[in-house]
Design a binder for this molecule. Structure first.
Ligand code: SF4
Length: 387
């Protein structure tokens, strides 16, 4: 029997790592680089020493929006076995999940100059441990984190299977990216590799629910050359600790003051604002008092004067997102009038605020709606964030 030919998965490595790993296998640098580039540029799965392992697409759902077709797709990835105690009926133990899927969404955009592009929203985990009450993914609990190759595989599937090369990548799918920071950083290193996908780092955004330790670690990382312009987004969703802790349990561990301090320490580059996401939920976070508290939170980042940028630089922008009801949601979506009125109030208070249009709501592919209903039904929510 002959031994299998050694091979490397380009989706796991930067080109520099790939070349270094190929050398002991007797592959010279030009041949290794050619195989690496063929994978990312042409979608070639097997070339020379490269064997790309890309999870197959499980489902693909399309929905029309005014800016184009929204495409939500899943990919099959290896499952997990039961944790110790599951067979004996221990409720704290995790059952087996043999069939897991990543979930990604391709979101069409039209720029103010009329240029069309796509943003790819990627998952960093299957499920999520953060337990945000408004979020579909939270209902699954955390099943497992994704590997760098499984994250990069979502870009590969969009580009080379669905034929849509995304301009932007946002880590806003399933999972808290800062809960899986080493793998997310490695995936970004591959995604921005000029021999690989070559997505400019300024077109990549990591979105967190507010893990202060992770924001600090990421802030250190982006001080390195080649990482300066990585985008950071925060899901704020409530501007006082009482309301935020009620809908986002991690706020009990990292309250707003510590979060604001970590965001203010984020290395700012010209024009590179921290994006603060605010999901507007009727009766939860949409009162005039909430608008005033948002302005208070924004003051250290700079406020507008009479609706204009004047004087001090503006270091943060608020993205107002109408709530997309999750399955069995206790809250409805806000009305268009309510969203417009809240946005107007924020601008009057000096907050640099914009509205994000909702896309993909009816197919459960919009913000906070990713997650498998089948898994959610099988598993109670299980929070791992301790107060
Ligand atoms: S909103 Fe984000 S952090 Fe919160 S539970 Fe959902 S996926 Fe996790």
């Amino acid at each position: 029997m002959t031994a299998p030919t050694p091979s490397l998965n380009p989706l796991s490595h930067t080109s520099e790592e790939f070349v270094a790993l190929a050398r002991p296998l007797g592959v010279r640098t030009p041949a290794a680089l050619a195989a690496y580039r063929a994978c990312f540029r042409d979608g070639t799965l097997a070339a020379g020493v490269a064997r790309a392992s890309v999870p197959e697409i499980g489902t693909e759902v399309r929905e029309e929006s005014p800016e184009g077709t929204v495409i939500k797709f899943t990919q099959r990835v290896p499952g997990v076995g039961p944790s110790p105690g599951a067979e004996s009926g221990n409720h704290a133990a995790r059952p087996a999940f043999p069939d897991l899927r990543t979930e990604s969404v391709l979101i069409p955009m039209i720029s103010s100059r009329g240029e069309r592009s796509y943003t790819l929203c990627v998952s960093s985990q299957i499920g999520c441990a953060m337990g945000c009450t408004f979020c579909e993914t939270a209902q699954m609990g955390l099943i497992r984190s994704l590997s760098p190759a499984e994250i990069v595989g979502q870009w590969y599937a969009a580009t080379h299977v669905l034929g849509i090369r995304p301009k932007n990548i946002v880590f806003m799918g399933m999972g808290e990216p800062l809960d899986n920071l080493p793998n997310v950083l490695q995936a970004i290193a591959v995604l921005k590799d000029h021999n690989g996908p070559h997505v400019p780092v300024s077109q990549i955004t990591v979105s967190t629910s507010g893990r202060v330790d992770g924001i600090r670690a990421l802030a250190e990382h982006v001080k390195q050359p080649g990482w300066h312009r990585l985008g950071l987004a925060l899901s704020l969703n409530a501007p006082n600790d009482t309301d935020r802790s009620a809908i986002m349990p991690l706020n009990r561990k990292w309250p707003l003051a510590s979060l604001q301090e970590a965001l203010l320490a984020w290395p700012q580059r010209s024009g590179n604002k921290v994006c603060i996401e605010y999901v507007l939920i009727p009766g939860v976070n949409d009162s005039p008092a909430h608008a005033t508290q948002i302005a208070d939170f924004f003051r250290p980042f700079g406020l507008l004067a009479a609706g204009r940028i004047a004087g001090q630089p503006i270091m943060a922008v608020l993205n107002l997102i109408p709530y997309n009801p999750r399955r069995n949601s206790p809250w409805p979506a806000p009305t268009e009038d309510a969203v417009d009125a809240f946005l107007q109030r924020l601008i009057e208070l000096g907050v640099f605020a914009k509205r994000r249009r909702t896309k993909g709501r009816s197919m459960m592919g919009a913000c906070g709606q990713l997650g498998s209903e089948a898994i959610r039904k099988r598993r109670p929510v299980d929070l791992t964030i301790s107060a």
